[in-house]
Design a protein around this ligand. Sequence first.
Ligand code: G
Ligand code: G
Ligand code: MN
Length: 614
Amino acid sequence: MKNTAQLIEGARPPGTPERRFGADRTTLRAPTVDEPDTETGEFETVEMPSCSTGEYRAANAALRERAAWFHALALHSGDVILVLDHRGEVRFASGCSLKMLGLLPEELDASTLSRALHPDDRDRFARMFRGLTGRFGDEERIAARLLHTDGHTTHVELLAVNRLADPALEGVVLYVRDVTERMVRDPVTGLPNRDVFLERLQETLDQPVAGFFAVLIVQLERYEFVRASLGARAAGTMMAQMAHRLRALAGDDWVLARVGEREFGVLLRGLTDPSDIPPHADALNRAGGSPFQLDGTHVLSFVNIGIALSTRSYDSADEVLGAASHAVQTARGKGGSTREFATTRVVTSYSARLRLETDLLGALERKEFSLHWQPIAKLASGGLEGFEALIRWQHPVRGNVRPDEFIPVAEESKLIIPIGAWVLRTAIAQLGSWQRTMNRSTLGISVNLSPVQLGEPELVPAVRASLLAHGVAADRVKIEVTETAFVERPEAAAASLEALRALGCRIAMDDFGTGYASLQYLTRFPVDILKIDRSFISGEQGLLRSARGRPLVRTILDLARSLELEVVAEGIETKAELDIVRTMGAQYGQGWLLGRPVPADDALAFMRRIRQAD
Ligand code: G
Ligand code: G
Ligand code: MN
């Protein structure tokens, strides 16, 4: 690099105006060019002493020849060099720099560099350049990205040297070093690094394909112990050996990376069934379980795995990785080679989350929760089937906090267990009271259950106790669960739902159609009712807005009929939507057209009104 730096100082692109050398600048030296003179075999410098016109001309010719020689050398050298004028316009580019940018020599123009710099790097470069042009002889180093004409990005380190006041050059020389490899690859394991993983993950989020994806974080245990006892090199070897095992397991479509000091990231794409994941997780577990050979010793270790599924809606790659990291910590907390699904998006910042969690802790005692009730109609007769209970939280400072915001936090902290128990108790008590007031024992309710509540031993006894206490028949209570419950806790979900059903409750699959592999679950789990997600009724994919809307809803209804399931169409907002789902044969409907969620008193008033109308 240094050699070429000095080389270029002597180079002058052909066609540029000849420069005069002042008395004190009569020598053009190429001191470290280790190229002997072809004739004498000696290293030479071109001397230009003060001289006569004839001598001067001869020397000048020699110089020009030499300049052409240097120029050709620079042009064909393996180095990536650009020479910019004081405005930052390209005056010279070596062949390699053209190759790096994907340009033909004739495509080079003054603005080549400003176009080739990644848009996010242009300002920074310009600022550096402006600063540098005022300081002759100074150099600046800056990291940037260059865009190839085929669209790919090269990570480079730029060394800019100000030779503007050097009459032989009158430019800023830019040496470009490709550091892509270093930027994208972890040198210890040879795997792509965290940045690359996040980039690929973001691409996957941005361009959804069929199926869903999962991010698994594999955390190697005993890494710290190895580092502390055998040293950093041994710890690196341990990671490298683990990486080797992971590569052997990786399918073609896996994205595998080192995402942390002792964490690997695995991105599995194009999954069609969540049951695809456990075998992979088991294989990863086994890979971590065989001994590592470190400095002649065998070290036994194991891994913990955190899993985030795209079935929960994440906005950014960071968020997915955060959720999987969080899950790995939970898994670790349980001790000994476990895996854990992320139960939630990790909400905003930890401090905000913690505050919310602290507030939630006292919310039950302070009686800040209430239930709102949204009517569910029988579509054939237009009569009232019942209500869905929807929790509301009146926060003392923040006011009304949406369930979408606090339920995930409650799930993660397991506070959803007492909160969910309160919802069930309160909802069943309310139903008992309404049935008596309205003298209508057929009135029903739906209660949403979090996956976290499934598997909780107190769940079923508590429901049974409430039903008895309020004289409510179990078949008037529907338990709504989302597909997530089946994915994340299949055994617990199946056991709890079977027990609730044995009690006489009915099970509804909520938000049906938004997940995947739903069909399998319908046969594997006890389900009585499908709630078609509102996005298929009134959303973008809905009945009136998308050509796919109607066939989709019709297919779900056909499926439900053949499996003898009842269907609730959610999100009915207009008369047109109501007519369509009714004609298609959905038994029940729910949505703003039929009634918004309202407090219990309003729900009672609503019942009285429609009874009068009957
Ligand atoms: O009301 P709406 O904004 O009301 O509800 C938002 C989400 O919160 C819905 O997906 C709904 O299923 C969920 N939700 C509402 N009430 C409860 C509840 O009592 N328990 C659980 N687990 N989820 C609820
Ligand atoms: O996930 P679940 O089905 O439990 O969600 C119920 C949520 O749907 C509540 O937030 C409720 O307020 C909302 N909701 C109910 N009916 C409609 C509707 O017709 N349109 C829209 N956009 N949301 C609705
Ligand atoms: Mn629901």
